[in-house]
Ligand binder design. Structure first.
Ligand code: FES
Length: 207
């Protein structure tokens, strides 16, 4: 190659200078970006899981079943009337007349009052309705499970069938207005003492 040709080659070849970082710019490698994204996702998942667990352990502002349900005085049955199903709370509200609701022939609640029965059958969990047209021995009207026939008095005391115990009860609080609040998250296993758990109630505002 003569001197002229060499001169042409020198001028025809583009020379690209390496880019220099501008002042203040930060260069992040692809690998570092992937690692950061990964750990960011893991952190979000863990935080979400902890939040869900805390909500389950310490429920806040629970409404409906699991929380308090107010039953206004106008919805509370009179003593001896048919039980009232409170759908949103999954309970049956019973107003026992004095001496009512125990095992037949074994006496009953000495004072009567309100009992909130969890409608879930203690046998296999079917919903138990009140049946005013059914009877057991001298009981007229019983709670009768449609699944396997477990039968309960008006206080939810088991008198017949495969259920291992009486219907469960929920805690009841009385308000000054005569309304009641049923704590549907505060459930006690049913027993023959269900009638004695009744909350005395005369239906008038407290003074
Ligand atoms: S579920 Fe009620 S008797 Fe079986």
């Amino acid at each position: 190659m003569n001197e002229t040709a060499l001169e042409h080659t020198r001028h025809d070849t583009a020379v690209v200078a390496p880019a220099l970082p501008t002042p203040g710019s930060v260069r992040v490698s692809r690998r570092a970006a992937i690692v950061a994204t990964f750990w960011g996702g893991i952190t979000a998942l863990v935080a979400g899981g902890i939040g869900t667990a805390l909500n389950a352990v310490y429920p806040r502002n629970v409404t409906g079943f699991g929380g308090p349900i107010t039953v206004p005085v106008g919805r509370i049955p009179k003593p001896g009337e048919a039980p009232r199903l409170v759908v949103e709370g999954r309970f049956l509200l019973v107003n026992l007349a004095p001496g009512e609701g125990g095992m037949p022939g074994e006496g009953g609640a000495p004072a009567g009052g309100l009992v909130a029965l969890y409608k879930k059958c203690p046998h296999l969990g079917c919903s138990v309705p009140w049946r005013s047209d059914a009877s057991y021995k001298d009981l007229r009207g019983v709670f009768l499970c449609p699944c396997h026939g477990s039968t309960y008095t008006r206080a939810g005391v088991r008198v017949f069938g495969p259920a291992p115990r009486s219907m469960d009860t929920m805690a009841i609080e009385l308000r000054d207005t005569g309304d009641i609040v049923v704590q549907t998250g505060d459930i006690t296993q049913g027993g023959v003492d269900n009638p004695s758990r009744a909350l005395p109630y005369d239906g008038s505002p407290q003074t």
